[in-house]
Design a protein around this ligand. Structure first.
Ligand code: PEP
Ligand code: MN
Length: 359
C-alpha cells in the first residue's frame, strides 16, 4: 500500500469521525427535546422498552463486519451519554445549585455570619457529659474568640452499649451555657419529632453523617426556622450529599451549612478518608457554606492541624473540631478530642499564621 493511499484512507476516516461526532451530538439534542416533552407530561425520560426496541432494530440491521453484541454495546453507550445530559441538567437545576442562585448563601447565627468569606471555627466536646465539663470547654472557646460551641446531646453510637448522650438534659445544658457565655450552640438531632423541641434550646441543628439520608428528619429540619449543619453521609457521594441538602431547602429552609466529615474507604490509617476536593466541588456546585470536620474525618489528634490548614487553604468556610477537658476519660471519641493545651496549639497554628481569616 502506497503512502498516498494511506493518507487518503486517513482523510476518509477523519471525515467519518467528524460525521459521527456531529451525529452523536445532534442525536443528544433530539433526546433532550424528547425529554423536555416527557417532563411536561410528567413522564420519566428513561424508557427501557424503547431502549430495547432500538437495540433490537440495530441487531436486525447490522450487516457486519462487527458482531451485533459489540455494535449494541457502542449504541448502549450512546444512549447512556444522551441520558447523562438530562442528569447534568437536573443537577444544575437543584435549588442548592449555583445555577439556581449564583451568590453565596450567608447563614446568620446570633448575629454571626457563616459563608461571608471569613473563615470560622466551631469547637466543643464530642458529647455534653455535664454542665461543668461543657462549661469549661465553653470558657476555652470564648477565650479564643470563637463564637460557636458544639456538643452532642443525642449521640448516634455504633454500639447500643456505648454512651447515648444526655438527651434533652444535654440540650438544656447547652442552652444555659449559650446564655451564660454568649455563644451560639450546635447539637445533633436524630429524630424528626425532636426538631421542634430543639428550637427552644439550639442555635443550629446538626444532622449527622448516619442520618444524612433520613428523609423525614431532613424534611422536618427543612420546616424549622433554625439553621441546619448537614454532615456528609459515611458513604455518600457528593451528588447524594447535595440532594440531601436539597430536601432541606425544598422543605423551606435555606440556612444550610454543608460539612465534609470524611468518607469510608479501604484506608485504615485514618478513621475516615477526608475528601478534601469535596470542598471546592461543593463551593462550585452549590451556593451553600462548606465546613470541614477534621476530628471525625481523621480520628487522629496528630492530623488536626495539617488537615485544618488544608481545609482552610482549599476554601472551606470553616472548620469543626472536638475539645474536651480530659479526653482520656471522655464518654465518646477519646482518641481524637483535644485537651486544652492541644487546643491552644491548634489555635496558634491557625490564627497567628494567618491561615484562618477570622475565628
Ligand atoms: C458529631 O459531630 O458529633 C458526629 C457524630 O459526627 P458524624 O455525624 O460526622 O459522625
Ligand atoms: Mn465525636
Amino acid at each position: 500500500m502506497s503512502d498516498v493511499t494511506l493518507e487518503q484512507l486517513r482523510v476518509q476516516i477523519d471525515k467519518i469521525d467528524d460525521q459521527l461526532l456531529d451525529l452523536i451530538n445532534e442525536r443528544g439534542l433530539i433526546v433532550q427535546k424528547i425529554s423536555d416533552l416527557k417532563k411536561e407530561k410528567g413522564v420519566d425520560p428513561y424508557d427501557p422498552v424503547r431502549e430495547r426496541a432500538i437495540l433490537d432494530k440495530i441487531a436486525e440491521r447490522n450487516n457486519g463486519p462487527f458482531d451485533t453484541g459489540r455494535v449494541q454495546h457502542i449504541f448502549k453507550e450512546i444512549l447512556k451519554t444522551a441520558l447523562s445530559l438530562q442528569e447534568e441538567d437536573r443537577r444544575k437545576a437543584l435549588l442548592v445549585s449555583r445555577k439556581r442562585k449564583n451568590e453565596n448563601t450567608v447563614v446568620t447565627i446570633k448575629g454571626q455570619r457563616i459563608g461571608d468569606g471569613e473563615q470560622r471555627l466551631i469547637a466543643g466536646p464530642c458529647s455534653v457529659e455535664s454542665y461543668e465539663q461543657t462549661a469549661s470547654v465553653a470558657q476555652q472557646v470564648k477565650n479564643h474568640g470563637i463564637k460557636f460551641l458544639r456538643g452532642g446531646a443525642f449521640k448516634p453510637r455504633t454500639s447500643p452499649y456505648d454512651f447515648q448522650g444526655l438527651g434533652v438534659e444535654g440540650l438544656k445544658i447547652l442552652k444555659r451555657i449559650a446564655d451564660e457565655y454568649d455563644l451560639a450552640v450546635i447539637s445533633e438531632i436524630v429524630s424528626p419529632h425532636d426538631i421542634e423541641l430543639a428550637e427552644d434550646y439550639l442555635d443550629v441543628i446538626q444532622i449527622g453523617a448516619r442520618n444524612m439520608q433520613n428523609f423525614e428528619l431532613l424534611k422536618a429540619a427543612g420546616q424549622s426556622k433554625k439553621p441546619v449543619l448537614l454532615k456528609r453521609g459515611l458513604s455518600a457521594t457528593i451528588d447524594e450529599f447535595m440532594k440531601a441538602a436539597e430536601y432541606i431547602l425544598y422543605s423551606g429552609n435555606e440556612n444550610i451549612i454543608l460539612c465534609e466529615r470524611g468518607i469510608r474507604t479501604f484506608e485504615r490509617a485514618t478513621r475516615n478518608t477526608l475528601d478534601i476536593s469535596a470542598v471546592p466541588i461543593l463551593k462550585q456546585e452549590t451556593h451553600l457554606p462548606v465546613f470541614v470536620d477534621v476530628t471525625h474525618s481523621t480520628g487522629r489528634r496528630d492530623l488536626l492541624i495539617p488537615t485544618a490548614k488544608a481545609a482552610l487553604a482549599i476554601g472551606a468556610d470553616g472548620v469543626m473540631v472536638e475539645v474536651h477537658p480530659d479526653p482520656s476519660i471522655a464518654l465518646s471519641d477519646t482518641e481524637q478530642q483535644m485537651d486544652f493545651a492541644q487546643f491552644d496549639e491548634f489555635i496558634k497554628a491557625l490564627k497567628p499564621s494567618g491561615i484562618l481569616t477570622n475565628a
